[in-house]
Design a protein around this ligand. Structure first.
Ligand code: C2E
Ligand code: MG
Ligand code: MG
Length: 261
């Protein structure tokens, strides 16, 4: 067995109960509005502080959590924590939109949408401040169920977002059948500056806008990329250029500073 395999097995064995033990922490990455350049909210991103192995990235532990069966525990924890944080920001005068990632496994639960709305209500968060993001490649296998959950969420004012758009095999029409209200364009589409990619990016943004979707460009690292997506009319950007994922206290300072300038 390789060291990597041994580490994965160790992580899989340690994952159950990690959220309850306080090892899972929500970081917040700023979402910035193109109009005015203000911080309009944040995406909540999970981090696992393993007691012996240190910081583990979600790309490593989320697939493990899906495999060992505790993605619901982690997903519920992230939703609860993010709603609590966003409600606190709104109460203290900094209105924020908060985006939370959901795994396709969580969406299998018929009561998923009701539980999201119950969580927002428990924290006093207006559902219009909440976005649920699901990765493009995960939803296409289960469009009927996901569409039903999304319809309930949308009717209550929650934004439903297709994450990592441009990485999967789905057509934009398939995704439109889900009645999503936001499209998050993956960094791979943004960073590739060949003529054909630029044409594709422009077409995707214009099509999404025609269908009434809000468009977010993610993974913006340079001012050239920011200028390019701004010229194409995206509504919001997210990326290392405008703010890395950070702990809650740091995000509070970040948003306070951004709004006082
Ligand atoms: P995502 O939802 O697409 O989140 C954006 C990822 O891109 C984050 O990685 C973020 O740190 C990274 N990123 C942001 N700006 C830049 C940039 O300018 N350049 C580059 N190269 N990367 C950038 P992170 O935090 O490692 O999360 C990875 C993925 O793990 C997320 O991708 C999401 O799919 C998943 N994930 C994170 N938290 C959760 C969670 O609570 N539940 C579920 N189901 N999945 C989660
Ligand atoms: Mg996301
Ligand atoms: Mg993404």
């Amino acid at each position: 067995m390789t060291t990597d395999e041994r580490t994965r097995l160790q992580l899989a064995a340690d994952l159950p109960g990690a959220a309850a033990r306080g090892e899972i922490v929500a970081y917040y990455q700023p979402l910035v509005g193109i109009a005015g350049g203000a911080v309009v909210g944040a995406e909540a991103l999970a981090r696992w502080f393993h007691p012996r192995l240190g910081l583990i990235a979600p790309d490593v532990f989320i697939p493990l959590a899906e495999a060992v069966g505790n993605i619901v525990e982690i997903g519920d924890f992230m939703l609860d924590t993010a709603c609590d944080f966003a409600a606190m920001c709104c109460r203290s005068g900094s209105d924020v939109d908060i985006a939370v990632n959901v795994s396709a496994i969580q969406l299998r639960d018929e009561s998923y949408a009701a539980r999201v709305l119950e969580t927002a209500a428990r924290h006093g968060l207006d559902p219009r401040h909440l976005t649920i993001e699901v990765t493009e490649s995960e939803v296409v296998h289960n469009i009927v169920d996901v569409g039903e959950r999304f319809a309930v969420l949308r009717a209550a004012g929650v934004t439903v977002s297709i994450d990592d758009f441009g990485t999967g095999e789905s057509s934009i029409e398939q995704l439109l059948a889900l009645q999503a209200s936001e499209l998050k364009i993956d960094r791979s589409l943004v960073k590739d500056r060949t003529a054909s990619s630029k044409t594709l990016l422009a077409a995707v943004i214009s099509f999404a806008h025609d269908k009434g979707l809000r468009v977010v460009a993610e993974g913006i690292e340079t001012s050239t990329e920011l200028a390019a997506v701004s010229a194409l009319g995206v509504d919001r950007v997210q990326g290392f250029l405008t703010g890395k994922p950070m702990p809650a206290e740091e995000f509070l300072q970040f948003i306070t500073a951004s709004r006082s300038t």
